[in-house]
Design a binder for this molecule. Sequence first.
Ligand code: CU
Length: 254
Amino acid sequence: MSDLQTKKPQWWKSKDVKITAGLWVVFSALIAIIGGEVNARPMGEAASETMANTIHIMKLFTWVSAPVAGLVAAIAVKALMQKMHFGDNPPPEADHQISDSPKATAVWVIVSALLCLFALIFGMVILQKDNNTLLDVHATDIKVTGQQWAWNFDYSDNGNFQSEDLYLPVNKPVHFHVTSLDVVHSFWIVQMGIKVDANPGYLTETAVTPTKIGIYDLRCAELCGLLHAYMQKKVHVVSQQDYNNWVTSHGGTI
Ligand SMILES: [Cu+2]
């Protein structure tokens, strides 16, 4: 003890700190890779900029927060490895170097505040980008009606014909006006990263620009009764020419 009182302890040179730092690096890398890369893979390839942004922001936030989670995990595991106590004697008093240190508290508070600010600002920029499609006056308007357990589409900009199939032209913004005839459903185009509740008596809105020709999944994302799991459809994203042909073959106009 007398040594500690006369000489400032160089805590960062202690074996405990070195082991904790090593664990911190390992846990941070594991959390970043599993949380970011592995989790993003089952989401599939993005079929819109909205989805690409969603995947990007999910990976970025995971990478940024991984060192925080990694540090907590490292300290917890190190404490569990070391502070086991056997026998009848009480354990020695804990060392309060970090919890009593104003410097450590300041670093923790400032780093947390900066991370929150980063998440807030970056998230708002992405949200604003996504909302731009909603305001696009050239977007194709489609009314979406959910009911137990099917989806119907009114192509209001193409002669107002109705269809049970959802066809969209590639690289053209689409504005969905969503409602329900019975209970609450949720309109979710998985690979395009858009989802909005379908409420009876109300219109909710979402918009997207499909960027890849292909067949994608539309699912109901709100438990809506017995056959909820089957309330799904395919979304066909086609070229403008194929879209025009499909519309006219269903009695619509271009
Ligand atoms: Cu449902």
